[in-house]
Design a protein around this ligand. Sequence first.
Ligand code: NAP
Length: 250
Amino acid sequence: MHKGKVAIVTGASQGIGAETAKELAAQGASVMLIARNIKNCQKLVSEIQDSGGVASAIKCNIADLSQVQYAVSETVKIFGGINILINNAGVIEPIAFIKDSNPRSWADSISINLIGSYFMLQSVLPTFKDNSVVINVSSGAAHSPQDGWSAYCAGKAGLAMLTQSFAKEISSDLIRIYGYAPGTVDTDMQTKIRTSGVNPISKIKKEDHWGVKTPAKVMSWLCSEAAYDLAGQELSINDKALRIRAGLSK
Ligand code: NAP
């Protein structure tokens, strides 16, 4: 499905990003894995290569513009260009009511979830060929506030607006952008949320979350031409028609 394409996946050291990197590689893309935990990324690169895929990894904190620019230029050097950006890296912290929150941690959250994603988008644009794709990993939290998640909700709401702003500026014939809310997915992020007990999301049982393969498959499908008509939209796992079109069994 993605033969000849080059994809960058941020937050690829674990969770949704790691599985999405594996899925894109399995579908033929050359994949650059980006995160701060380079050891985990390198382990995944070996796994992908052992299964016949093409991948590489760069250590990068997406909140740091110079690290982002370096990661993008290295990707171009290694793979010759970029066609797909999966803006997946994100943090749930700080989990705190506003009155108790640490201002520095609050700002750090926005620096990663919103500003880091903007840094990635802005930096890859000059490298993009026609017919490229960006997926900003969104959340239900972008559209409905949750107790104790003011930083996360504000960051994801800003990211959803970044998606829509970009869609307005650029023709989807050139670059397709999607927001994709994966629903609650069984990752370390949900373990942290469960441990906090702060709001109704934290009460959802581990076994009731989606597995990581679900968002990986949907995002890989969104990168294909078949999803052309959905460009520019904020999409959600809750949309059954989307699940069917992406080939999920339920
Ligand atoms: P996760 O297991 O905690 O993984 C988060 C990833 O983001 C890690 O690979 C982490 O890598 C990376 N990351 C965090 N800060 C970074 C930074 N400054 N620079 C580079 N990478 C950074 O979480 P997940 O559940 O897979 O979440 C992935 C995305 O899905 C996030 O955007 C999250 O908001 C969104 N999402 C998740 C759920 C859910 O239920 N799990 C629901 C809705 C939306 P390093 O620590 O190695 O840097």
